[in-house]
Design a binder for this molecule. Structure first.
Ligand code: HEM
Length: 476
């Protein structure tokens, strides 16, 4: 079956890198009827290939609160995932798991924390240089009747480099648009970037070979057949199809603090300072991996197979935490006996294997943009990722791999870039960073300051375009 690109919002397919200017409007619905009227015809940009590529683009997403404010019936809203409905800042347990403690506490966020700072709708605007202001004016004028603006988040074009100075956006999953990848719940032993469509779009099989839960409606709820019919449940209208969840977090970066700390550790040796910073990220500032590439793609064809001791890329480096690739496979893999031993759970390090096994279930499609950077202004990353399952993708990566102090059996560490550095409930420190050495004990840094502070965030649903039109027609 061919892919309905005309029904998919383009950000998922393109990322709009050529539209280097962007801003994100956080809106609250003031008048639901006027809001629905705008959404019915809003000029949202699809994933169809256009030649020449568009000069502007717009994407629209909703929080759970936004769907309710729009007038969508409760039983439909409740078909979305529990974590989406609860929201990123909903409770203490989630905040602890995501590392939103201390300076990251949602109570301090500029948006997405307190109820009255919770956006209903996210309108993402992208444009070629010189055209964003006009595009923003047009859309604002259209939205005026239905919405009030909570915030307008600006972005900065830093030419593919994030504020600490590292090339960003190198490693991404490759979406299996052709649906050629066999989707099944079975261990696979080759690391690949190719990832099932259903990991990013609702309504298609995911890496388990199943369909992620989403609102499926009785056909009578969609008499005009605005929605596609579900592939997995005959006759049901699929409100999720061609939609995705969008996670957004405003992450302020203390660039000066980052380089001051690495400089003090390197005692002013500029080359060593750079190497330390690169060890924390797991790539050189220019984007090269620290491990030896295994294929033609020098920047991304690699696994941690050849670096089982973490001598080249520390286990706790940001990219090794956020995507351990196949680091869980013991050396010599895949011989059938050790595979069986592991399957049965008898391996001596089976616990560790379990924790970081099957990275293919935890891939994130990153679509973030940098912001700020003028003198005296905050600087950071509007982290954005797309996925069909917030709990299994973003929350797992953020919670178990980046924030978790058990990752890869590393004691006393969190992610070296993102960690909040507060001790765990049992007093375990989280402010260390170890770098295994070929001989002798690991080299280690202690007392890492916090370099990144969460300033806002929310979970959104980025609907397919037919679903967007359906949502604009709901009768409250
Ligand atoms: C200010 C915050 C952050 C900074 C400065 C940052 C920086 C970087 C850099 C420099 C890379 C390497 C280049 C690349 O592969 O694109 C990278 C990769 C990555 N980051 Fe982050 N990041 C941040 C936040 C996050 C967060 C919050 C997550 C997830 C919850 C995340 C997940 C990833 C992933 C999945 C990769 C690719 C790893 C791979 O496949 O090899 N990052 N990041």
């Amino acid at each position: 079956m061919s892919i309905e690109y005309e029904d998919i919002q383009g950000l998922l397919r393109f990322g709009y890198k050529h539209l280097t200017q962007a801003c994100f409007l956080l809106l609250r619905i003031r008048d639901a009827e006027a809001a629905r009227a705008w959404l019915a015809n809003a000029p949202v940009t699809s994933a169809i290939t256009r030649k020449p590529p568009p000069r502007t683009a717009m994407q629209i997403a909703f929080t759970g609160a936004g769907l309710r404010a729009l007038g969508v019936a409760d039983d439909i809203v409740e078909g979305f995932s529990a974590e989406f409905l609860a929201g990123m800042s909903s409770d203490e347990s989630r905040a602890r798991r995501l590392g939103d403690l201390g300076a990251n506490d949602p109570a301090r966020w500029q948006w997405g924390g307190a109820q009255d700072r919770m956006p209903h709708v996210l309108v993402m605007l992208y444009a070629v240089p010189g055209e964003l202001d006009g595009w923003l004016r047009t859309i604002r004028a259209q939205c005026e009747a239905g919405f009030e603006q909570l915030d307008c988040l600006g972005t900065s074009d830093m030419d593919g480099v994030e504020p600490f100075g590292f090339v960003d956006g190198v490693s991404q999953p490759r979406i299996d648009w052709e649906r050629e990848r066999a989707a099944r719940d079975q261990e696979q032993f080759e690391y690949t970037d190719l990832s099932c469509l259903g990991e990013y779009l609702l309504g298609y099989p995911n890496e388990y070979g199943g369909y992620t839960d989403r609102p499926l409606l009785e056909a009578r709820r969609d008499p005009a057949a605005l929605l596609a019919r579900a592939e997995d449940e005959a006759g049901k209208a699929d409100l999720g199809r061609n939609g995705s969840y969008l996670v957004m977090r405003q992450l302020q970066q203390d660039v000066e603090g980052f380089w001051r700390f690495t400089d003090s550790q390197a005692q002013g040796d500029a080359a060593l300072r750079k190497r330390l910073a690169e060890a924390m990220v797991g790539r050189t500032m220019e984007g090269e991996p620290l491990v030896v590439p295994t294929g033609a793609d020098r920047l991304n064809a690699f696994t941690y197979d050849g670096d089982a001791d973490g001598l080249r890329c520390p286990f706790g480096a940001h990219i090794r935490r956020s995507n351990p690739r196949n680091a869980d496979l013991p050396p010599g893999w895949p011989d059938p006996i050790s595979r069986l031993v592991r399957r049965l759970g008898f391996g001596s390090d089976s616990l560790r294997n379990d924790l970081i096994a099957s990275t293919r279930f935890h891939r994130l499609l990153r679509r973030g943009r940098e912001y700020g950077g003028a003198p005296g202004e905050d600087v950071g990353l509007h982290f954005i990722c797309l996925g069909a399952n917030i709990a299994r993708q973003f929350e797992f990566v953020q919670g178990a791999w980046l924030t978790g102090t058990q990752f890869d059996a590393l004691p006393g560490e969190g992610d070296p870039l993102l960690g909040h550095r507060l001790p765990g409930a049992d007093g375990t420190p989280t402010d260390g960073f170890s770098m295994p050495a070929a001989s002798g004990p690991d080299r280690g840094l202690t007392g890492l300051p916090q370099f990144v502070t969460v300033k806002g965030g929310a979970y959104f649903f980025l609907p397919g375009i037919r679903a967007l039109r359906y949502l604009s027609k709901v009768q409250p």
